[in-house]
Design a protein around this ligand. Structure first.
Ligand code: ZN
Length: 421
């Protein structure tokens, strides 16, 4: 058995998609009589600066000989990958062993790539240690993701699945013909076993990309059967090929436990307490300061997170919650929050029971006194507080979701989820 990993063959401007290149390699191998296992679509650290769109890499297992795997992969990458696009630096790794014989160091490297920024030297040395063939184009940066995708096949994720439908090459770059109502109808039948096909708040089929790549749509779900069932009910232009991938999308594989200090460009799960009223700034972004075991940070909900910002705006000091998001320079860019405890009371300065004037402090530990009539009060008054937000889980809408983020419908939780979708 041979493992093939590829990364970074796509370009945001010229189109193409690493999943398509992988499927094309698999087709050539199948055509040559080899067996090919279900490919793995692996998302890596979404906060890496040099990432390709979505930071996806693909790997699969085949019984082809190393020489044949090498020849087909090289030929397909040279034909299809956007090798000449600036910022596209494809990488190919070929490992001469089955998934079951994955070295622990390669598996661990893959996990590291979800949380940290890894150098090309580290990837190259590790590939050499195990005698893997590796090829890089451009800067060769794609070797990192290619090796990480190979290692990820041996991690024990709670995998999800994505069916990707590809367009006929003649249509690449032209507007996509997908019936949005058929997407809404199909996904409403199979939801929540499929998710993020249609964003009801935005009234948009989020499974249809807007870039000039060969993908017509991608259906994400819990099993190969349910994504196949959903795709079969979608009305669209002709589909040239369908491919189901096993994937770490929708698993929170990128979320790390708290550590001190927080690393840059790493995603965390952070328990905390709100310390100041949220602020909305120009552009509609919302920020709130929270104390956490890793110190005080600012949690951010950006404009594209739409209705999720209303949840953040409604927080008050001393609300207790758990934040999920990526840490960058003292700020956590939110993907979802779990509100564990909402404050329902505030302590207010008393009003004079006789003349209705606002009382003022009579000095330290001396209670309050009315400046007009002299009436005194023992202390501040506990007042019920109306809240426009509910305790439980809140998440960004599908249109703003990171590929890796686990949607709340996949959470084993009894806490309320808002919106119920
Ligand atoms: Zn008074």
């Amino acid at each position: 058995m041979v493992l093939i990993g590829i990364d970074d063959t796509d370009s945001t401007t010229a189109g193409m998609c690493t999943t398509y290149v992988a499927a094309a390699i698999a087709d050539r191998l199948t055509g040559a009589g080899a067996a090919v296992g279900m490919p793995y679509l692996i998302r890596l650290n979404p906060a890496v600066e040099h990432k390709t769109r979505g930071n996806a890499a693909v790997a699969f297992e085949t019984d082809a000989a190393v020489a044949s795997a090498h020849d087909h992969a090289m030929r397909v990458i040279q034909e299809h990958a956007c090798i000449d696009s600036p910022g596209t630096d494809p990488g190919l790794v070929i490992a001469d062993h089955p998934i079951a014989a994955m070295p622990r160091a390669v598996r661990r490297f893959s996990t590291t790539c979800l949380h940290r920024i890894v150098s090309m030297d580290t990837a190259g040395e590790l590939a050499d240690d195990y005698g893997y063939a590796r090829y890089g184009w451009g800067t060769g940066r794609g070797i990192i993701g290619a090796l990480a995708a190979v290692g990820a096949m041996a991690t024990h994720q709670p995998w999800s699945y994505e069916l990707i439908a590809y367009r006929s090459p003649a249509r690449w770059g032209s507007p996509r013909a997908v019936d949005p109502e058929s997407v809404a109808a199909a996904s409403s039948i199979t939801y929540p076993a499929v998710w993020d096909s249609f964003d009801h708040a935005a009234d948009y089929p989020v499974c249809v990309p807007r870039t000039p790549c060969p993908v017509l749509y991608g259906i994400r779900g819990e099993s190969p059967a349910v994504v196949r069932q959903t795709a079969a009910a979608i009305g669209s232009e002709s589909v040239s090929r369908r491919q189901i991938f096993r994937t770490n999308q929708g698993t929170d594989a990128h979320i790390h436990a708290p550590e001190v200090p927080l690393r840059e460009r790493t995603a965390y799960r952070l328990p905390g307490t709100v310390v100041a009223p949220p602020q909305t700034v120009e552009g509609g972004h919302v920020f709130v300061d929270v104390t956490t075991p890793a110190g005080q940070i600012t949690a951010a909900a950006f404009e594209p997170t739409k209705g999720f910002r209303d949840v953040i705006r409604a927080l008050v000091p001393r609300d207790r919650l758990t934040l999920y998001g990526t840490h960058v320079a003292g700020q956590v860019n939110l993907e979802k929050i779990h509100i564990r405890e909402l404050r329902h009371h505030s302590w207010e300065t008393p009003t004079c029971p006789r003349c209705d004037a606002r009382m003022s402090s009579a000095g330290r530990d001396a209670g309050y006194r009315c400046g007009r009539c002299g009436t005194s009060a023992a202390g501040r008054i506990r007042m019920p507080m109306a809240r426009s937000v509910t305790a439980g889980w809140h998440e960004v809408p599908p249109s703003a979701r990171r590929h890796l983020a686990r949607p709340l419908v996949r959470h084993p939780t009894s806490a309320p989820i808002t919106p119920p979708a």
